[in-house]
Design a protein around this ligand. Sequence first.
Ligand code: ADP
Length: 445
Amino acid sequence: MFEKVLIANRGEIALRIHRACRDMGIKTVAVHSTADANAMNVRLADESVCIGPPPPRASYLNIPAILSAATITGADAIHPGIGFLSENGDFAEVVREHGFVFVGPAADHIRTMGDKIRAKAAARELGIPVVPGSAGAIASASEAADTAARIGYPVLLKAVAGGGGRGMKLARDDAQLRALLPLAQAEAAAAFGDDSVYLERFLDRPRHIEVQLLGDGNGAVVHLGERDCSLQRHHQKVLEETPSPGLDEDARERVCAIAVRALERLGYQSVGTIEFLYQDGEFYFIEMNTRLQVEHPISEMLSGIDLVREQLRIAAGEALGYRQSDIRLCGHAIECRVNAENPDDFRPSPGRVAEYLAPGGPGIRVDSALYQGYDVPPYYDSLVAKLIAFGSDRHECLMRLRRALEEYVVGGIDTTIPLHQRLAADAEFRSGRYDIGWLERFLAG
Ligand code: ADP
């Protein structure tokens, strides 16, 4: 096992990885921008290195600075965390070329799954059903119109290099499609540096279902069940739960089997997630994430498996050492993403945390790097905490979640805790009958 791991990330996920390392007796190196010098993960790490000024390009995306930090501190491995360089195949490769272990899958797997069109083609080859759409990037308005006529309106224009739910455009007819195509291309170029877009049939009321997977690269692949991430705003996840209240046992087994078979064929080595849209009893591949995910804790609550530990073990070349039949998924878990944002208009709310009291008690876990007196910097993602509730069933989980949301105090900045309080009290949410459009309707109503 590694002696020292460099964590190339920030915030709650850097702390989460630090904690797993600690539990395994591994020393940690924190790298940070000047804006994060007082971050909790930096304070707790064995060593820390400042890698640049606040803008991510100058620090958390600064590959030479990160490699230098790993060299100076004598780290064995680099964990990329979530976001930043975690899905950059070139980074994975260059880390390995410099003699460090990259805590993640093969660079080729990252590259294939990071390119939406190649990923869809790969999914098809791996036996995963995909959303009907264009075979590749759309070259012209007439090609777009022909494809849309074939798959049927409404259609979605999506950026090939897209991510984070950004840059999607819905077209209900031919005229709309022709008008939106140049806009979508311009936006994709501005946001992702690549103007290619592709077309997909728009599903009007699907659920977002994803399967958590682990593969050791030696033929062993297991799943930890599914997560339902249908509660989204602007295509970004707000709350996740497992098991999904919208799947029966048969559908659950079906989707998990599809996902496991695909990773077996791929020879995948790390933790990963395959995301699907689920409508009218059918699953459609949307993407694969070749990294840890924000919502991984809910799967940990049901399985008792520490996914970061497993990710480190697999990166160190260890075999999984257990089979699917050894894994017991019991209970119910929900995660609320707490963002430093105004809960009504979602404007970012950076600043000093004047007061902080995290909830506790049975079935409650808080993954957060917040503390009283901490300054939430304005430069990064607004996620500042994840509140995770566990119960023996969905009812107990929801009751604990409501109680924990009442206890949670974050003063001095706005957070989305009040939104989660409204959700947890809402009869329709509690009934479990929601799709990916539900939260936006709830917020509008
Ligand atoms: P990104 O990589 O930008 O996050 P995804 O392809 O993963 O994009 O999609 C993000 C979200 O957008 C999904 O969870 C879903 O809510 C919505 N979405 C994506 N594709 C479709 C589709 N074909 N029909 C309806 N909604 C979709």
